[in-house]
Design a protein around this ligand. Structure first.
Ligand code: AMP
Length: 431
């Protein structure tokens, strides 16, 4: 039997790589003083309907439980985290920095890099919408990929107020912009031009459409000279200024006025990060400034956050041949070659495990040849074994499987002796 369409089993090697990446990313969030939270895997369906509108139902797993509650597997984590914030954290001093890691579920059409169950790691910064805070958040996003060991990516930054002000100039007030923003979000520029041509034509429309080719801040300067557009431009310029001060490689970050991010509650800064070599499913991270207070009938609060696609990041690393680490190494394989040798070995194994070493213990007496075969199979650094002869002499044999060196250790003081041998073997290189 196979797992359901769009889901995957992860074997031990894959899990080791996933955990290693997870830990690297986690440590970046910790370095920025983000604190981890966890919310339920399923929520009231209403939460996602209120956030994204009725259309979202087509894209998610929703169901009724045995008491007829309408529930949904979460398609993302911003709405759940904000639900938690408004229910529990809203009185706490701001800014509040939260991060999360967990599975999300979408009724997407599965393909390479797109699954029905996938993991997101992301964060929300609540209560600080200064360009300085936004720049720090973008620096954090870039650091995640640095920590992961991915080099071939770029981040695009935009500001929705620029786009919205330009659309207003063309004769489309904010109330009429939703379908236009959706077209922009999907990069359907021909459709957009057609929709705009109802009210705008000629040079004016051409000038607007040219904005989508801009990649440098200076290019936006001329189209954002007044009002909200100018404010947005200044905000973006300060974000770029701070990014430079943070030492961000300018070739990795550019302006992209075409980022619309679909939903209305996105308010200002928006950004996306791609690994271009991945083709269609190349977006590894997306985020921006938003305000979800309306969904919860609460007073406004400025938030900014992003979500990183964990599985897609792993696909990118794999394509680039970058090892996420997490090699599955057993520190020692321990076998008694006869029953009398067991008690001394068992005591030592227990202590070594308490010291944090990873030990595979053979459960019964085995022949030496079998023991060595098994030690090789499980990729142990050391094979530790003792038979009747060793027991009589009060020693155990230790074999370093990387270089074949063999020595004996006295059973008195066995734990410090093996601890030292394991450390020495680890230092002398991976198996
Ligand atoms: P979004 O919440 O749509 O902005 O998604 C954030 C990130 O999650 C994207 O940039 C992708 O890397 C990842 N992602 C979204 N949908 C899927 C999916 N179906 N399978 C794998 N990763 C996904």
């Amino acid at each position: 039997m196979q797992p359901p369409r769009g889901t995957r089993d992860f074997g031990p090697d894959e899990m080791a790589a996933r955990r290693a990446l997870e830990e690297r990313l986690r440590s970046v969030f910790r370095a920025y003083n983000y604190r981890e939270v966890q919310t339920p895997t399923f929520e009231d369906l209403e939460l996602f309907l209120a956030k994204s509108g009725p259309g979202i139902r087509e894209e998610i797993y929703d169901f009724k439980d045995k008491s007829d509650r309408e529930l949904a597997l979460r398609p993302e984590l911003t709405a759940p985290v904000m639900r938690y914030y408004f229910s529990t954290l809203k009185m706490q001093p701001k800014p509040i920095r939260l991060f999360y890691f967990g599975p999300c579920f979408r009724y997407d059409r599965p393909q390479a890099g797109r699954y029905r169950e996938f993991w997101q790691m992301g964060c929300e910064l609540i209560g600080d919408d200064t360009p300085e805070a936004h720049a720090e958040l973008v620096r954090l996003a870039l650091d995640l990929f640095e920590a992961a060991g991915l080099e071939d990516y770029h981040l695009r930054l935009g500001h929705l107020s620029i786009l919205r002000a330009l659309l207003e100039d063309l004769g489309f007030p904010v109330a009429e912009q939703a379908p236009l923003m959706r077209l922009i979000d999907k990069k359907e520029l021909d459709g957009l031009r057609k929709a705009l041509s109802v009210k705008a034509q000629g040079a004016k429309l051409d000038a607007f459409m040219r904005v989508f080719d801009y990649t440098r801040l200076e290019e936006l300067h001329d189209v954002a000279r007044t009002g909200r557009a100018k404010e947005a431009y200044d905000h973006l310029a300060r974000v770029f200024g701070n990014l430079a001060a943070f030492g961000v490689d300018a070739s990795k970050v550019r302006v992209d006025p075409t980022i619309a991010r679909g939903l209305e509650y996105y308010a200002g800064l928006v950004f996306e990060l791609d690994a271009p070599f991945l083709g269609a499913e190349k977006q590894l991270l997306g985020g921006g400034a938003y305000d979800l207070s309306g969904v919860f009938q609460q007073p406004p609060v400025a938030c900014v956050g992003f979500a990183l696609g964990f599985d897609r990041t792993l696909v990118a690393l794999e394509k680039k041949g970058v090892k996420a680490g997490g090699e599955d190494v057993v520190d020692a394989y321990v076998a008694a070659l006869d029953a009398d040798a067991r008690p001394a070995l068992l005591r030592a194994v227990h202590e070594l495990r308490r010291l944090g070493h990873r030990i595979e213990l053979e459960s019964g007496a085995v022949a030496l040849k079998k023991a060595l075969q098994r030690a090789t199979t499980v990729r142990a650094r050391l094979a530790v074994f003792a038979g009747a002869k060793e027991t009589q002499r009060g020693v155990v044999t230790v074999k370093n499987l990387a270089n074949g060196d063999q020595s004996e250790l006295a059973t008195t003081g066995l734990v410090p002796g093996l601890d030292a041998a394991i450390r020495a073997a680890a230092r002398s290189g991976p198996r």
